[in-house]
Design a protein around this ligand. Sequence first.
Ligand code: DGY
Length: 322
Amino acid sequence: MKPKLLIIRDIKRDIINKLAEHFEIDYQPSCSRKQLLKSLQGAYALLNYGIKIDEELIQHAPNLKLVSNISVGYDNFDTNAMKKAGIIGTHTPYILNDSVVDLTFGLMLSAARRISELDAKIKKGLWTVKDDVNYYGLNVHHKKLGIIGMGRIGEDLARRAKLGFLMDVSYYNRREKPELEEQHIYWKPLEKLLAESDFIVMLTPLTAETKNMIDASKFKQMKNTSVFINMSRGATVDEKAMYLALKNKEIYAAASDVFVQEPINTDNPLLQLENFTAAPHIGSAIYETRDDMAQLAAENIIEVLIHGKRQNVVPELQILLK
Ligand code: DGY
């Protein structure tokens, strides 16, 4: 008998067929929490999108050996609980980088040139004056970009910012990357990066160390003409501090693709601010990109469980592999 694979995301038929060569498929793309916990009872692997893999879920999954995330971020993994239960976790790095970088530029441009704010005004019939001085914004080209969290996406953002917008790019990362210096991309201490950058893009993964990393004291270090963009996870930024920094004009504008609570509460005060642009966590929300991510997540399951490879196993759980 083949081991059972539970799939809780709508994915293409040909990907399911490939998985069905090795697994008995339990396909439940829109199951309730109750159904999920029931179906996990017999599952050997889970093709996952967004579900938190914590102690409670693990208790309902006595046979689970692998969770394959259709995402690069894996802050939904309680890696300690998974390690204890012997559950391997995989993710989908690289293939979404360009889509996330596209959206980053979209948000940078929207915040700097006030595109969403002015679009909303026009639609309310408020384009009343010919003199457009009220609609002035900021340049993006030739400005200083500071990237916090220089992983795969950060490096792609840096290259494209240099090539496409002729920006001067620096980054802050725990580990310095001297190999980037030949591309004139330089490491700076965080305080210096915050104080000097015109655009600051947050890309660091959410971990115990990065939770609320950008708090009130960090916003105070930024220039009052700066634009802050969060593309990482909502909880890396203190949302209340960001709200106050925007309201008190300590920074010029901000935009975020990620929030502490998703979907966001409609009464979140950030949504009242003209100088804040919100996106509903759509960094990789492109048909081709999501198909590629699902394909890679499926390959990860086969490579790890059938061929005994380490393909895209998250670093914290590599220890589970011989
Ligand atoms: C990821 O894959 O972690 C991204 O946040 C999806 O947009």
